[in-house]
Design a protein around this ligand. Structure first.
Ligand code: HEC
Length: 167
């Protein structure tokens, strides 16, 4: 089992909160937008489809305004500062192949995620289309490692690939 499944985040917060949400991450989320019946988007690309949702521009983006090297809210940096953001979020808040076990997805999909508030904090929720892209990118393995960096270890099973709609 990887600690990616709903990381409780910063060590100190985790200790204060008593940790413990890892195994039941998806089960404990409430008020989640339903994707049921919407078309699956195939071939989602990290660089062109997903990163613009976070808006990686340092300190001015929709997510990166609070999640950058200088303001590490939730212990999370979503910018490319130093290294591409994918290395900061997989596996920390993403479990490749399991969107509903991935804290990052639940934080943008649910009014009451397993930990803390819905993201973006204080802003409008992401559109369903944006949520679907993030869901499908994770379901497809959260791929996007850079060719000149060591591959991120992944341990997941693909969905059967025969379906075209979200369940
Ligand atoms: C106004 C500031 C702010 C914005 C904007 C914001 N966040 Fe957050 N984020 C926080 C704070 C504060 C926390 C820690 C408390 C919590 O989890 O609710 C957090 C926690 C998180 C966590 C959990 C980190 C962990 O390991 O516990 C994730 C994932 C996350 N945010 C993703 C996002 C995404 C994706 C966006 C954009 C769609 C976003 N945030 C926008 C302030 C913000």
């Amino acid at each position: 089992m990887s600690r990616a499944r709903c990381r409780g985040a910063p060590l100190l917060l985790g200790l204060l909160a008593g940790i413990g949400h890892s195994a039941s991450c998806a089960a404990s989320a409430q008020g989640c937008d339903s994707l049921t019946g919407t078309p699956i988007v195939f071939g989602v690309d990290w660089q062109t489809d997903i990163k613009p949702i976070f808006n990686e521009k340092f300190t001015t983006g929709r997510c990166t305004s609070c999640h950058n090297a200088g303001q590490l809210d939730g212990g999370l940096d979503l910018t490319d500062f130093g290294i591409d953001a994918i290395y900061k979020i997989v596996p920390a808040v993403i479990e490749p192949g399991r969107p509903r076990g991935s804290l990052l997805f639940l934080k943008i999909n649910c009014d009451a995620p397993p930990v803390g508030q819905r993201m973006p904090l204080g802003g409008l929720p992401l559109t369903l289309d944006e949520q679907i892209l993030v869901f499908d990118w994770i379901a497809q393995g959260a791929l996007g490692d850079l060719p000149d960096e060591p591959p991120i270890p992944r341990d997941f099973l693909f969905a059967d690939g025969l379906e075209s709609l979200h369940r």
